[in-house]
Write a new protein. Sequence first.
Length: 294
Amino acid sequence: MYLPDFDYHSPESIDEALSLLANLGSGAKVLAGGTDLLHKMKQGDLAPKALVSLKGLDKLKGINYVEGRGVVIGALSTQNDILYSEVLAKKYPSVSHAAKKMASNQIRHLGTVGGNIVNAVPSADLPPILIALGASITLVSTSGKREMALEEFFVEPASSVINEGEILTEIVIPDGDLTGSSYHKFGLRRSGALAVVGVAASARVAGGVIEEARIVCASSAPKVIRTPKAEAFLAGKSPAPEVLEELQAIVESEVRPRDSIRGSAEYRRNLAGVLAKRALVDAVESGHGLPAED
Ligand SMILES: Cc1cc2nc3c(=O)[nH]c(=O)nc-3n(C[C@H](O)[C@H](O)[C@H](O)COP(=O)(O)OP(=O)(O)OC[C@H]3O[C@@H](n4cnc5c(N)ncnc54)[C@H](O)[C@@H]3O)c2cc1C
């Protein structure tokens, strides 16, 4: 469990970090909180020749509301930064709630939202709620900058559209007219456990009718996925018991879970449907607030 040898670079600006990554090529990895990367290196799964640490880059930190853009979350914001953010508490407490469901205090103190996204594991807790809220991301490299919807970032387990030499700099939750959102996670323990299944929901509700909804599932397919049939079904409905029963059936038909040590495919499929109902009800009833049982 020792780390292999590597060169450590601590750039003082984003431009310096990007130049380093461009010059070092495929032998280099970006280091944020290190909770995944250093673990993989200790396990012998990865042996990068160089690590380019983002820790000194203050421009990648902070969670702010920017008029005309929305809530801008620096990629180096930790899970605890998200949990305790006053901006998120006011605008989207469901995002803080998702962070609260993650790992332990020690890991939350180090692990960043950027690492949680770039890691691209299907069980990650922050992407579902960020996708439900329509978040976009910015990737920069020495070749320029590109922005995309977060939901377009993931390809398959541990694989995304990020290119060598790119840094994820920020996540933006745009201003919009969604009236509520929530995240429900089922783990094998109440804390410190990865999601057996996680489901985020967001909704725009007027006069008790759902005008638009998003249902986003983690640990239910090879990547975090939206459920388009369920979302289309919900438009124009109210969350009556019979609607929720049908929602569960549709979500169960859309997810593609696999058997794993955390649960069988069949169990996870059922769980995704059940959590979708709970997440939707909370999104509709409690605005962007915390689920009723918290
Ligand atoms: C005990 C334990 C419990 C955990 N529990 C949970 C949990 O409950 N829920 C959950 O979702 N996750 C969990 N995790 C996983 C992990 O903590 C998170 O995914 C964390 O957010 C990763 O962020 P990091 O800053 O540590 O990433 P790092 O380990 O530093 O990096 C991870 C990967 O992302 C790349 N990277 C990081 N930041 C950037 C960037 N800005 N631009 C480009 N590339 C970047 C790195 O090169 C690396 O490939 C757990 C991990 C541990 C060890």
